[in-house]
Design a protein around this ligand. Sequence first.
Ligand SMILES: Nc1nc2c(ncn2[C@@H]2O[C@H](COP(=O)(O)OP(=O)(O)OP(=O)(O)O)[C@@H](O)[C@H]2O)c(=O)[nH]1
Ligand SMILES: [Mg+2]
Length: 456
Amino acid sequence: MDDTISAIATALGVGSIGVIRLSGPDSLAIADRIFTGREKPGKDNARKLLYGHILDRKGQPIDEVLAVYMPGPHSYTGEDVCEIQCHGGRQALQEILSLTYQAGARPAEPGEFTKRAFLNGRLDLAEAESVMDIINAKSRQALVAANRGHEGGLSRKVRELRKKLRDLVVQLEAAIDYPEEDIEEVTYDRAAEVLAEGQAAVARLVRQGSAGRILREGLRTAIVGRPNVGKSSLLNSLLQADRAIVSNIPGTTRDIIEEQMTIGGILLVLTDTAGLRDTEDLVEKIGVERSRAALEDAQLALVVLDGSQPLSGEDRELLRSLKDRKKLILVNKSDLPQMLDTEGLQREYGRSDVIVLSVKTGEGMEQVEQWLREFVYGEGSDSESSSMTQNARQQDLLEKALRSLEDALEGARQHLPYDCLTIDLTQTLHDLGEITGEDVPDEIIDEIFAQFCVGK
Ligand SMILES: Nc1nc2c(ncn2[C@@H]2O[C@H](COP(=O)(O)OP(=O)(O)OP(=O)(O)O)[C@@H](O)[C@H]2O)c(=O)[nH]1
Ligand SMILES: [Mg+2]
């Protein structure tokens, strides 16, 4: 890249410090032009923080700053980079930024620093994308997963797999070019073996990717049930805040209340809803409609029942309507004498998917947390080591790769002509290569980095 870009790298708004970042061949010259101090940034004091001032064109100080020069290729972008730390007010940042423009830099596009890092081979595409996942991480687990992606967790697996499949293509092509009857059987078996291994590996990544998606975007969870069973109490208890109004009057909650929270490191996008019942009250009716819409949209339903009362017709109807949906049944108010046939419910819906709890005393809340963890990560899995950070694009490519790989495997088992296998495999290699950026059109690269923030 032969031009030099500049941007504010810190969040807009008031903060104690702000950072302006320059990258490109003229970084040092531009910093030199606008920075005054006892020592000027240069080769001799690379990577050292220098104290000084930024002066405007009339020599008036704009701000007191620290500046650092990081020569390429050992910098974030792989190019010469200069960073100026000033006070984090809008005005100082904007004025220093315009000075860098006047001194020869051009405004950086969103994600352009990271794009340069990618184009200079500092990061592959999947690693670069995970930079945004780190920035956007809203829970501990999402952060762990994003860091794994950034360190090349996904890239490494994809590259290994690509290498094995490429070797196989080479062997198959050799067999096409030099057909020898006696090695044919062996090659089919060997091909099927390699393909089955690859298929299993990609299938595992696809599974882990769904968990990763939940980590990034949160699990959309609706709290539903009859009026007065304790839905809003549950929300408040999970949030550890008095968010929703709780009262002993059925029909207290009318509107949808949405809150985000983490539980066991998992981000939940939680909605408390109006109690489901037939009602003549117009406002409540609208609330009930909204509850049904929220339920429709949710990936998981927390069905709250009142354990101090027998199961009602409405409860049964709700459970029936959620027959094929992911749900956790919570029998609340365990501190009161129990009237509900919990064992019957457990027989019908599975022992592990029915939890008896009391929001009032906190009994059973830990079990809820444990259930949610298992729901996200799959039973018995070690959450931290299996979570991946695939984004929708990567997940989509993995799913495509899986399909062509399955076709190739089927082909090998049926002893189809080698060309058929190599056609499928070429497709797989292409899709996998698009993940790491080894085989990806420029438009897609531009599209990816356009989603980044300016200054990253
Ligand atoms: N004893 C006991 N009472 C509870 C428990 N959880 C909630 N309650 C009470 O049940 C009543 C209803 O609680 P809410 O949380 O408002 O119920 P809701 O399901 O949100 O009701 P609607 O908004 O009307 O649909 C309140 O008086 C709560 O204090 C519990 O575990 N034990
Ligand atoms: Mg409520």
